[in-house]
Design a protein around this ligand. Structure first.
Ligand code: HXC
Length: 260
C-alpha cells in the first residue's frame, strides 16, 4: 500500500535527520486528529528507517502549536472521545526510540506545549511562549500537561500554569528546566538540526540506550534506574561503535560510527 502524502505536516530528510514541520498555519498548527495521526505515522517511519539517526519536530516561528483543535473538539462528548480514544494516538510517542528534538518558535500552548514536552528535549526561540491555557476553556490538559510539566518544573510552577492558564517566556521555561536551550529565532531550526546531526553521528545503539536510560529516571525508582543504566552501559560494549569510539580516541583520529 502506497503511503498517503500528509496534508497537515511537511516531512523531509536532511542527511541523517528526519524533519517534521507542523503545517496548519491558518490554525496556528492546532493539533487536529489528522495532524496527530500524520505526525505519529511520520515519527514511526523515521524510527524504522536505518538511515535516520535523530528527528526534529518544529512548527512556524509564530506557533509551534497553539493546542488541540478547539473547533474540532467543541461539540464532542465523553462517549465519542472515549470510544475513539481521543488523543490516544499520542501514546505512540513513548515508543519512539530515536531522539526527538522539539524546535519551538512562538506559541506552544495546551497540546502544543504537551507535544513539545513529549519530545526528548526542547530548543526554543527567544520569543517562544509556553503555557497550559486549557483551564480558560473549561477543561484541563489531556496529553501530559499535568504530568510531564510537573516532573520537569516541579509542583509550584506546574500548578501555577495549569490553574491560572498564564504563559511563560522561553527564558522562564529554561530557568525552570522545561527548555534545554534558548536561541535567536532566526537560528532556531539551524541549531536544532545541528544538535540532531550531532546525535545522528554517534553510535546509534548507544544513543538509543542513553535515551532509554534517561527516560528510566522518570519512570522507575532510583535503584531500578541505576540497575538499568549499568546494564545499558555494559551492553554498549557489545556494539561495534564502542570499539570504534575508543580506538579512535586512543589513535587520536575522528571516530566513524556505523550504527551497530
Ligand atoms: C483551533 C485555533 C487554535 C486552536 C488558534 N486558532 N488556536 N484554532 N484550535 N487551539 C486559530 C484562531 O481561531 C484563528 O483562526 C487563527 O488560529 C489565528 O489565531 P488568533 O487567535 O487570531 O491569533 P492571535 O490573536 O495571535 O492569538 C494567538 C493565541 C490564540 C494566543 C495562540 O489563538 C489562542 O489563545 N489560541 C488558543 C490557545 C489554547 O487555548 N490552546 C489550548 C487548546 S485546548 P481564524 O479563523 O479566526 O483566523 C488543548 C487541549 C489539550 O490544547 C489536551 C490534549 C491535547
Amino acid at each position: 500500500v502506497k503511503p498517503q502524502t500528509p496534508e497537515t505536516i511537511i516531512v523531509e530528510v536532511r542527511e541523517k535527520v528526519g524533519l517534521i514541520t507542523l503545517n496548519r498555519p491558518k490554525n496556528l498548527n492546532a493539533l487536529n486528529r489528522q495532524l496527530s495521526v500524520e505526525t505519529m505515522d511520520a515519527l514511526r517511519a523515521f524510527d524504522r528507517d536505518p538511515q535516520i539517526g535523530a528527528i526534529v519536530i518544529t512548527g512556524s516561528l509564530r506557533a509551534f502549536a497553539a493546542g488541540a483543535d478547539i473547533e474540532e473538539m467543541a461539540e464532542k462528548n465523553f462517549t465519542e472521545f472515549y470510544m475513539d480514544d481521543f488523543l490516544g494516538e499520542w501514546d505512540g510517542m513513548s515508543k519512539i526510540s530515536k531522539p526527538v528534538i522539539a524546535a519551538v518558535g512562538g506559541y506552544a500552548l495546551g497540546g502544543g506545549c504537551e507535544l513539545a514536552m513529549m519530545c526528548d528535549f526542547i530548543i526554543a526561540a527567544e520569543d517562544a511562549q509556553f503555557g497550559q491555557p486549557e483551564i480558560k476553556l473549561g477543561i484541563l490538559p489531556g496529553i501530559g500537561g499535568t504530568q510531564r510539566l510537573t516532573r520537569s518544573v516541579g509542583k509550584a510552577l506546574a500548578m501555577d500554569l495549569c490553574l491560572t492558564g498564564r504563559n511563560i517566556s522561553a527564558q522562564e521555561a529554561k530557568d525552570a528546566g522545561l527548555v534545554a536551550r534558548v536561541v535567536p529565532k532566526e537560528e532556531l531550526l539551524q541549531v536544532a538540526l545541528e544538535a540532531a546531526h550531532t546525535i545522528a553521528g554517534y553510535n546509534a545503539p548507544a544513543v538509543k540506550m542513553a535515551k532509554a536510560a534517561v527516560n528510566a529516571a522518570l519512570e522507575t525508582t532510583l535503584g531500578e534506574g541505576l540497575r538499568q543504566e549499568r546494564l545499558y552501559f555494559q551492553a554498549s560494549f557489545a556494539t561495534e561503535g564502542q570499539k570504534e569510539g575508543m580506538n579512535a580516541f586512543v589513535k587520536k583520529r575522528a571516530p566513524v560510527f556505523r550504527n551497530r
